[in-house]
Design a protein around this ligand. Structure first.
Ligand SMILES: [Zn+2]
Ligand SMILES: [Zn+2]
Length: 381
């Protein structure tokens, strides 16, 4: 490895000024135009030495035993034994002196996505609507508009790393002393420092804040659906573009209706006489009160379907499911004497021949059961 200090004729502890002075003198002395073409190599040597010793990073590297302008020259622990020193060199220094992939870390970073949850009632799921969510996340600092600097000041170049964002340092390895780079501590790798940080965000350009967000819920939304609100998430470091906000939507259980896909189900209690004789009654629906007619001879577990009063189809908003009313026939448990007399009279007239009881392994009400009701019954039993 060439001795650059000797080339410039300076001491190893020479100051930047002494190096500069020595270089000026020698570059004039050996300039081919003055000294003649035979001094061209010497002139190149002087320039190369100055290039290394005038750059603090390269000089430190050179002092540690590696020639930054000629890494394959084999200094100290590098001599011999390794097929391609270039590889080793680039492994250790490639990022700093090679491809330039290492540089200052931008102050402005994109924000992360945020996740929140909202709870809506069943009616909002049926027709769509708005859900309100309270989220606590990073928002843009209003004080500095995200710059992080007080009073609109601009960040200044870091004096430690001169804007590089990283510092070279010497580490001991099995190969000898090596140079490696680490993020500059003073500027945290940004290459710039904010001399007067915004007091509101301490220079981060963002502050934690709670805000209310209104979310449009599409008609027909399913329980546990996840909605996405672009750019409503966390604001990034340095006031960087906000991430997205995701909202998990839960549908609260309803007291009157159960949902099954696009259909709604409810259970209505019907006196035995209505089931026998037929009756028109009014029930609540999400579309307001609706008349329901129980046909004469209605059986327990019969259903009455109100078409189009169910949940809006999420893909086709013109379509809606049905509202299915399940009939629960109430058998009277307390009768006064006159009622008992009437029922006995009815039994004598209607059930006089019912001496033989029909028996079967499955319910024989004569009604086919809706899949949903059977499922529910199974779940309850
Ligand atoms: Zn601020
Ligand atoms: Zn720095």
């Amino acid at each position: 490895m060439a001795d650059y200090y000797e080339t410039l004729g300076v001491d190893r502890n020479a100051s930047d000024d002494e190096i500069k002075k020595a270089y000026r003198k020698l570059s004039r002395k050996y300039h081919p135009d003055i000294a003649g073409p035979e001094f061209e190599d010497k002139f190149k040597e002087v320039n190369n030495a100055y290039d290394v010793l005038s750059n603090p990073d390269k000089r430190r590297m050179y002092d540690s035993g590696v020639d930054p302008n000629n890494p394959n020259s084999g200094a100290g622990g590098f001599s011999g034994g390794f097929g391609d020193m270039g590889d080793v060199f680039s492994t250790f220094f490639g990022s700093a002196f090679g491809g330039g992939s290492q540089g200052p870390v931008p102050r402005t970073q994109p924000g992360r996505d945020a996740l929140a949850s909202a709870s809506i009632d069943l009616k909002t799921a049926v027709f769509g609507g708005t859900a309100h969510v309270k989220i606590n996340t990073f928002s843009l600092c209003q004080e500095c508009g995200g710059s992080g600097a007080q009073g609109g000041a601009q960040p200044v170049t870091c004096p430690d790393c001169h804007g590089q964002g990283f510092m070279q340092k010497v580490v001991r390895t099995m190969l000898g002393q090596m140079m490696t780079s680490a993020p500059c501590e003073r500027c945290e790798g940004h290459g710039t420092i904010i001399t007067n940080p915004c007091p509101s965000c301490m220079g981060h350009g963002r502050v934690r804040a709670t805000r209310n967000v209104g979310v449009t819920v599409p008609a027909g939304i399913n329980d546990n659906a996840r909605l996405r609100l672009a750019n409503q998430g966390e604001v990034g470091e340095g006031g960087g573009a906000a991430g997205d906000l995701y909202i998990d939507v839960r549908i609260r259980a309803d007291k009157q209706f159960t949902r099954d896909g696009d259909d709604l189900h409810c259970w209505i209690q019907v006196p035995m006489s209505w089931a026998v004789l037929g009756h028109t009654l009014t029930i609540d629906t999400f579309d307001g009160p609706q008349d329901v007619t129980i046909p004469a001879g209605c059986q327990p577990e019969d259903t009455v379907t109100l078409k189009g009063l169910g949940v809006t189809n999420i893909r086709n908003n013109d379509e809606r499911g049905n509202l299915v009313a399940h009939v629960n026939v109430l058998i009277p448990t307390k009768l006064n004497d006159s009622e008992r007399g009437l029922i006995e009279q009815f039994a004598a007239s209607h059930d006089a021949d019912a001496s033989h009881v029909s028996q079967a392994s499955r319910p024989q009400t004569g009604q086919k059961k809706s899949g949903f009701f059977s499922k529910l019954k199974d779940a309850l039993s």
